[in-house]
Design a binder for this molecule. Structure first.
Ligand code: COS
Length: 390
């Protein structure tokens, strides 16, 4: 059972504490059992169905389209991701993709688009994906090349590739960011593409050290209605950035869940493992390691909850806070998990041990949804701009 004293911190209200308890019950009773590492596609479908059934996916979209509230509550998203990640990385992944994959629709979609796409996501009967990265670039979003050209009055034809797309191959629909105009950030638009559309294929599934559904997507003159465009023509870059503003701090929350679990695994191990006439926990060097792990966990928690609270309190843009949260939490979690492996000795690298799983699970978080290096650029730029304006 993880430490929950942070729930008394001023970032949270009673509904957050109730939600955390409900998700913990779900995670403890079901999450690990629903995961079969030999069948990640089936596991994700099962997890999404169960998360829908439990009402947890209602937090991934908004009311009145299946969601619980009229706006996304980032603190709820963070608590859910942290609590699921503590038990099973794939459970966190399944939840997160339902939110990120429909985030552009939730934030910028028309009433018709929301009514059509969001309810099945909340019910867990459809899966979604966010298709931004391309083979020639992931960090430099302004340079994306996948082309959407007019095809008559009412359609566009999409041609190009996307890669590293989570839920690629199993999603029912994809939000695809395309070039529709001038070079740079202003000439981009986002479209919803249904799986099974003519000209849309999944030529490659990608294996990673922490397996989850991941793929390269190909569009060969794939015809999509203009009515599937999210937001105005040319607004794609801002749609992507604003979506990432919401979901980046939740990546930090997932990292925090992994870190809390690694710390608990380490505490259990060093408290029982006999060494030099006592237990490992008696040794000051081990205590120093534990203290550093606690500092990383609490530092991550403060950054993540601060970013989430800032957004929920009404800030229109939280790029700096969200980037700090993702950077500090994912880098800190990597250190905490690595320390837990080290404290476990040989057991820590044994295939099938929990800390070995965490070691693989945590690594990608420093890369996806903007690598640490990108987060640093965003923080530095905003700080310099604010300084120049003082
Ligand atoms: N919300 C709304 N608008 C935003 C925004 C945000 N969070 N961030 C930027 N914008 C706007 C800017 O205001 C600017 O608008 P104007 O042209 O009207 O002034 C426009 O978008 C361009 O912004 P900027 O100049 O910062 O664009 P850059 O190309 O320099 O952006 C970064 C660079 C690194 C910030 C961006 O490419 C990025 O976040 N990359 C990482 C992407 C990522 O996470 N990839 C992983 C794929 S998802 S798994």
């Amino acid at each position: 059972m993880p430490d929950t004293s942070f729930l008394r911190w001023p970032f949270f209200d009673e509904p957050h504490r109730d939600l955390r308890a409900r998700v913990e019950r779900f995670a403890g009773e079901q999450a690990e059992d629903l995961v079969d590492h030999g069948d990640v596609d089936g596991s994700c479908r099962r997890l999404v169905a169960a998360l829908g059934e439990a009402g947890i996916l209602r937090h991934a979209v908004t009311a009145p389209h299946g969601g619980r509230a009229e706006a996304l509550d980032v603190r709820s998203l963070c608590l859910i991701r942290e609590t699921l990640a503590y038990r099973a990385g794939l459970a966190d992944f399944a939840f997160a993709m339902q939110g990120l994959g429909t985030g552009p629709i939730t934030l910028f979609g028309t009433a018709e688009q929301k009514a059509r796409y969001l309810p099945p996501i909340a019910a867990g009967t459809a899966l979604s994906a966010f298709a931004l990265s391309e083979p020639e670039g992931g960090s430099d979003v302004a340079a994306l090349a996948c082309l959407a050209e007019p095809d008559g009055q009412d359609h566009v034809r999409i041609t190009g590739e996307k890669t590293w797309i989570s839920n690629g191959g199993i999603a029912d629909r994809y939000v695809v960011f395309c070039r529709t105009g001038e070079a740079g950030p202003r000439g981009q638009s986002a479209f919803v593409v249904e799986a099974g559309s003519a000209g849309f294929t999944v030529p490659e599934r990608i294996d990673t050290i922490a397996p989850h559904p991941l793929a390269r997507l190909r569009f060969d003159a794939c015809r999509v209605p203009v009515a599937n465009r999210i937001g105005p023509d040319g607004a794609g870059f801002k749609v992507a950035m604003a979506t990432l503003d919401v979901f980046r701090s939740t990546v930090g929350a997932a990292a925090l869940g992994f870190a809390r679990r690694a710390l608990d695994e380490a505490l259990r191990y060093v408290s029982g493992r006999r060494s030099q006439g006592g237990v490992l926990a008696d040794l000051q060097l081990v205590q120093g390691t534990l203290a550093a792990m606690v500092a990383d966990v609490d530092g991550a928690a403060l950054m993540v909850y601060r970013a989430a609270w800032t957004k929920d309190a009404g800030a229109p843009r939280i790029s700096r806070e969200a980037s700090l949260a993702k950077w500090i939490a994912t880098e800190g979690a990597q250190r905490v998990v690595d320390a837990a492996v080290q404290l476990h000795g040989g057991t820590g690298v044994r295939v099938g041990s929990k800390v070995e799983e965490l070691y693989r699970d945590v690594r990608a978080l420093r890369i996806y949804e903007g690598a640490t290096d990108v987060q640093k650029v965003i923080v530095a730029r905003q700080t310099l701009a604010e300084f120049a304006g003082r």
